[in-house]
Write a protein that binds this ligand. Structure first.
Ligand code: B1M
Length: 213
């Protein structure tokens, strides 16, 4: 197997044997984010496909998620970091009912490496916790992540609850179950502030920079 194929394979098989050595070799060829967005994400897509076909069980997918998390933490110190002045404060959360957090945590790394102060509320975060955190932190924006179809609908409810609480800071949304259309047609009308959709973590950073300007 090529290096790229081996990296995808670790994720698919949920195995860490030789992973760090291969990640270090990959770092000689690619910037860290390219390793994540390329071979590691290819592995994760394959995991999703196999899981969908009932060829993997949840316990196996969890091991794949562990490989992804270990890889991201190993690569993180090699990522580019901008100056330390803070550009703004952003609350991040995976919405109520959803445990997927690898994408959200990647967004946290990218934003915090680029000058944002992040308040990460974790997973399965109900709207009331977001409202409380907003009041405590006076954040400049709220970032919501969700991978399940029901999470896309939960974001609509969350936007309604934030609005009812009088909050209108920009909301950044992302995650596999969302789309620009869903965001524009379903989430935005339920909220008074700006709602923007990011298809990946780098786009999330671009949008955060635009929002804060
Ligand atoms: Co789950 N899962 N899972 N899972 N899982 C999916 C999402 C699924 C598509 C798999 C499939 O069937 N093909 C499917 C959803 C079906 C649907 O609703 N459409 C699914 C299911 C069904 C489930 C369970 C219900 C399974 C079960 O129990 N029967 C269950 C849900 C439990 C719950 O949430 N209540 C479940 C559980 C799990 C595990 C716990 C085993 C594990 C998660 C571990 C963890 O996160 N700690 C897991 C995993 C790993 C996946 C897949 C395989 C991979 C997700 C992932 O980490 N991708 C996934 C299939 C897939 O997506 N191919 C699947 C890598 C990550 C970097 O990408 O999070 O998309 P992603 O983030 C991207 C962008 O989306 C974006 O940036 C990132 C890239 O730069 N982004 C943002 C994300 N959030 C953002 C926020 C932003 C901006 C950008 O701003 C705030």
């Amino acid at each position: 197997l090529t290096l790229e194929e081996r990296l995808a394979q670790y994720v698919v098989e949920g195995s860490k044997d030789g992973l760090i050595k291969d990640l270090d070799e990959a770092l000689q060829k690619y910037p860290p984010l390219e390793i994540i967005n390329g071979p590691l994400m290819n592995g994760m897509s394959e995991v999703g496909r196999l899981f969908n076909n009932n060829e993997l069980i949840v316990a196996e997918v969890l091991q794949s998620a562990e490989v992804m998390k270990t890889s991201v933490s190993h690569l993180e110190p090699f990522m580019e970091k901008a100056s330390s002045s803070t550009k703004g404060k952003i609350i991040l959360a995976t919405v109520k009912g959803d445990v997927h957090d690898i994408g959200k945590n990647l967004v946290e790394i990218i934003l915090s490496n680029n000058g944002y102060e992040i308040v990460n509320l974790g997973i399965k975060v109900p709207p009331e916790d977001l409202i409380r955190a907003y009041r405590e932190t006076e954040a400049d924006a709220i970032g919501l992540s969700g991978l399940l179809v029901k999470s896309a609908h939960q974001m609509v409810t969350t936007a309604q609850d934030l609005k009812a609480a009088g909050i209108d800071v920009p909301i950044l949304v992302g995650g596999a179950a969302l789309s620009r259309k869903f965001t524009e047609n379903r989430i935005s009308p339920e909220y008074d502030g700006l709602v923007v959709y990011a298809r990946d973590a780098m786009r999330g950073l671009d949008l955060a920079n635009q929002i804060m300007d």
